[in-house]
Write a protein that binds this ligand. Sequence first.
Ligand code: IPM
Ligand code: MG
Length: 383
Amino acid sequence: MNYSIALIPGDGIGPEVMGPAVEILDAAGTKAGHVFTYVELEAGGLSIDRSGVPLPDGVVEKVSQCDALLLGAVGGPRWEKLPGHLRPERALLGLRKGLGVFANLRPVSLLPQLRSACPLKDEVLAAGSPGGKAGFDLLIVRELTGGLYFGERGRSADGSLAFDTETYSRTEIERVLRTGYAAAAKRRKKLCMVDKSNVLESSRLWREVAEELAKEYPLIETSYMYVDNCAMQLVRSPGQFDVIVTSNLFGDILSDEASVLTGSIGMLPSASLGSLDAEGGKSIMGMYEPVHGSAPDIAGKDIANPLAAILSAAMMLRYSFGLEKEAALIGTAVSRVLDSGLRTADIAGKSGAGETVVGTRAMADAVLEAVKSAPWTEGEYHA
Ligand code: IPM
Ligand code: MG
């Protein structure tokens, strides 16, 4: 099959991690008989420098004509002094809203190879986890196109008062919850809806909708948690969670918190999905990006971890193209490379035993090699 992919490498370490992701996609494509063509576009800081705006007219439309979007990262100190509507981050918000990708999937799990990079003790990791095993594997589903990030905001005439508003409609809440339920059905069949319904009216609507929807999914165990408690539970017993569904702001904060438990935010991929197709499988439009930002302080130094971008490309294969086996090919290649002891600086363990710290390029080359040399016959990956 042929697939067209919009590419926005962006700023900071964006281009450094996006290059390897594309090479690895191509290697997987060659192996499995797919052709990926790329449409490179500009957004974020680079675009501000070139054309004065973070998201030029027509970019959303060009992306929409492709099958999916792969994005590196945007932003950096150079553009920090600009007014809100001209900052690089506006490009992200504009793309998310313009593409209608309302559900942001952020898988967060502890890979056994990275145990030493996780700051939690064994007993904390074992508490509440399935079978009492020291680990966790959770999925944060963050609402991405509504709430506080898109509500009305402003200042009083003299600038001494400012406000942002959290607005959610029943439709917005229901569709992201359904994405959460679809994901939970393929996982451990638990969904926890996180809100602040003891205080916020918008959260009370979330809970109302969730309670109604829960009846439609009797095979999924639905639970409810306040966000402050969830922030605590994540570091007290992360193993209790399977799928967490929450609002834009809460999901932003909780996913950064959870990322630390994996050892590094440099490991975390994400998929932002719109409506699912009739079978509830593939997303009609998907945007894929590492959770880490542009990390301008380490840009150009060959030390950034390319794995989050590579794993984001794998998520694209799975969620936009339905290429499960090809996605697994990349996931397994990453796992093999970690097994071999290679680490970028951010995921190097304290002990260092059996580990070799390498740069971005060497890590990417190792994954590339692992993809190329993986046994693959008749469209199947054979471990
Ligand atoms: C993220 C980021 C963005 C967000 C910023 C850069 C606008 O923190 O994707 O989590 O808050 O959504
Ligand atoms: Mg964030």
